[in-house]
Design a protein around this ligand. Structure first.
Ligand code: ARG
Length: 460
């Protein structure tokens, strides 16, 4: 007979290489605390309904608590021979308290146990991630507050489009992060569910109380369907999807910071703390961290795709394929937590070269829309106004000047509607100030966005 916990029906031992490949302890060791917490709740429920005695429960719970302590002190050695965290913990428990340890696995299977651990793992991390998102948002709002009147060129197609407030740009990221927060918050609804009690897939003949176990663990409710309970990984897919969207947002900001800290732009300068030098080129100050975050975005997308691919066409209920569900989630958590923290600090310490950013809109054509709007406000159909503005831009390009450099006389060759006040409208500062539409770059509008954000952040 095999020595394995499940070895009763086996005559021979498993192939050692297969055991090593099949073992998940190196990955699921990260859920050791959750595994023990889940087992403590399960044992408490078993005694609550009278399946085990109070004394047995105490023995089991005390044993589990001791294991938890030893584990967190780094004094426990787990082995691939015991395959996964569940059987490793149970083996250590048996060594500690003897045969009574075997009662812990009454009315449960590793299928509902592993699902429970995974739920508990994410349940703990989601609030941490959400708090980090909020800190990052606060820093964006701080920076926006300091840069309400910092004027920069807004871009479309990476070409100068219209002047905008730098604060407006930063608040766009605040909004993205706000949706990220909402998505992780919603993620809790499906994460904070308890699969324990589903057993292998069909439930159990024992008179268990899964609502009690769920309560003990601070989970909202047991799954309604035991087959779904052990097969469902939607909560993890949702997490990876949310993380992918978050990383996509961060990668866009990182890309812009890389661009803006380049020699050609010099809009911002990163603190030395978040830059690296070159081993050969002494002048270099590279935005490595931003590049790395861009790179890690691809890795997180990969984890999402990997889990979706693992789940594709997977028959119900538990299949060993599901063991591959955790590594990508753990890696994602372990990356996005420090990334959010570092991005927050990086933004807080970033130098903004207000003068250089302003210069970029003083010598460009990002005020061409203002000129077209000016004419159309005086009654010219916008299409005609647009054409005239375009022709004036073309003239300036040939004559190597800007719209504001043209004399009123020159402007009159194109339209009689031009008056002295056109020069005021062409100023980037005025272009921004005159924008009053909801959510626009107008200083007042951006200020409202900032105040609203501060109110929201304060309220939590
Ligand atoms: N290590 C397994 C996993 O991570 C635990 C569940 C195993 N269940 C089973 N019937 N083999 O999915």
């Amino acid at each position: 007979m095999s020595e394995k916990l499940w070895g009763g029906r086996f005559n021979g031992d498993a192939n050692d290489l297969f055991l090593r490949l099949g073992a998940s302890i190196n990955v699921d060791i990260k859920m050791a605390n959750e595994d023990i917490e889940g087992s403590i709740a399960h044992a408490t429920m078993l005694s609550h309904v009278g399946i085990i005695t109070e004394a047995e429960k105490d023995q089991i719970v005390n044993g589990l608590k001791a294991i938890k302590e030893e584990f967190n002190e780094g004094n426990l050695h787990f082995s691939y021979q015991n395959e996964d965290i569940h059987m490793n913990v149970e083996t250590v428990l048996t060594e500690k308290i003897g045969a009574v340890a075997g009662k812990l696995h009454t009315a449960r299977s590793r299928n509902d146990q592993v699902a429970l651990d995974f739920h508990l793992y994410l349940k703990k991390r989601l609030p941490q991630i959400m708090a980090l998102i909020r800190s990052f948002q606060s820093e964006l709002v701080n920076l926006a507050d300091e840069n309400l009147e910092t004027i920069m060129p807004g871009y479309t197609h990476l070409q100068h489009a219209q002047p905008i407030s730098f604060a407006h740009y930063l608040m766009a990221y605040y909004e993205m992060l706000d949706r990220d927060y909402d998505r992780f918050e919603f993620n809790q609804k499906h994460t904070n569910m308890s699969p324990i009690g589903a057993a292998a897939l069909a439930g159990t003949t024992f008179p268990i109380d899964p609502h009690f176990t769920a309560d003990e663990l601070g989970l909202d409710a047991p799954y309604n369907n035991s087959i779904d309970a052990v097969s469902d990984r939607d909560f993890a897919i949702e997490f990876l999807s949310n993380a992918s969207i978050l990383m996509m947002h961060l990668s866009r900001l990182c890309e812009e910071i890389c661009l803006w800290s380049s020699y050609e732009f010099k809009y911002v300068e990163l603190s030395d703390a978040f830059s690296t030098g070159s081993s050969i080129m002494p002048q270099k100050k590279n935005p490595d961290m931003c590049e790395l975050i861009r790179g890690k975005t691809g890795v997180v997308y990969g984890h999402l795709n990997a889990l979706l691919a693992t789940m594709k066409s997977l028959p119900l209920a538990y299949n060993k394929d599901l063991q591959e569900d955790k590594a990508g989630v753990f890696d994602t958590v372990e990356n996005i937590e420090p990334i959010l923290q570092l991005m927050t600090e990086m933004i807080a310490t970033m130098q903004v070269n207000k003068d250089l950013i302003l210069q970029a809109v003083e010598k460009d054509f990002s005020n061409a829309t203002e000129l077209a709007d000016y004419l159309s406000a005086k009654g010219l159909p916008f299409r005609q106004a647009h054409r005239i503005a375009g022709e004036l831009v073309a003239k300036c390009i040939t004559e190597n000047c800007y719209l504001q450099d043209l004399s009123l006389e020159q402007l009159h060759n194109y339209s009689d509607l031009f008056e002295e006040d056109i020069y005021e409208d062409l100023k980037p500062h005025v272009a921004i100030q005159r924008r009053k539409s909801y959510g626009s770059t107008g200083f007042n509008e951006v200020n409202k966005q900032i105040e609203k954000a501060k109110e929201k952040l304060k309220g939590e």
